[in-house]
Write a protein that binds this ligand. Structure first.
Ligand SMILES: C[S@@+](CC[C@H](N)C(=O)[O-])C[C@H]1O[C@@H](n2cnc3c(N)ncnc32)[C@H](O)[C@@H]1O
Length: 151
């Protein structure tokens, strides 16, 4: 079973990137941007695949992390599950942040792709609308199997 963790907070998102992975884990990060979360993951996991749509941020992060053999940074759309699978067939964890203010509909598309293609132990999503609609801001817990830890 996949635990779905939703937060609006980038601090909590990055804290989870430090706390959740084990040294043997493979982790997929969708929406890596300039690498704030990727750096948290890079030293803690056996394997990290970080993707983003932005050509410039991907190029810069590839250059920065080139010396880390366990990290792959690639320009991939998070909706392209086939491509994600070709890079990392069986991630233990997925971190998804395509923008804290991204529309729920856009988040839902990437979430659906991930949940159809993979069965990670946990999928951590940063998105304000999803966190709010699920009641995270009201201390909502375990609704529909979704965990909302306090931010
Ligand atoms: C708020 S940033 C992520 C910040 C990152 N979590 C951190 O800790 O620094 C969101 C990123 O998602 C990327 N993005 C948006 N839609 C995407 C998609 N469909 N697939 C991959 N990346 C996407 C954007 O290009 C942007 O760089």
């Amino acid at each position: 079973m996949t635990k779905l963790i939703v937060t609006w907070s980038v601090q909590r998102f990055r804290r989870l990137a430090k706390e959740l992975p084990n040294a043997e884990d493979s982790v997929l990060e969708i929406g890596c941007s300039t690498g704030g979360t990727t750096r948290c993951l890079a030293g803690r996991c056996a394997r990290v695949v970080a993707v983003d749509l932005g050509a410039e941020v991907v190029k810069n992060l590839q250059a920065e992390l080139a010396a880390k053999p366990n990290v792959t940074v690639a320009r991939v759309d998070g909706r392209d599950a086939a491509r994600l699978r070709s890079l990392l067939p069986d991630p233990d964890l997925i971190f998804l942040d395509i923008g804290g203010t991204a529309l729920l509909g856009n988040i839902a598309v990437v979430l659906r792709e991930c949940l159809q293609a993979f069965m990670p132990q946990a999928l951590v999503v940063r998105n304000t609308e999803l966190a709010t609609v699920g009641g995270a801001d009201r201390g909502g817990r375990a609704a529909r199997g979704i965990e909302f830890p306090p931010d």
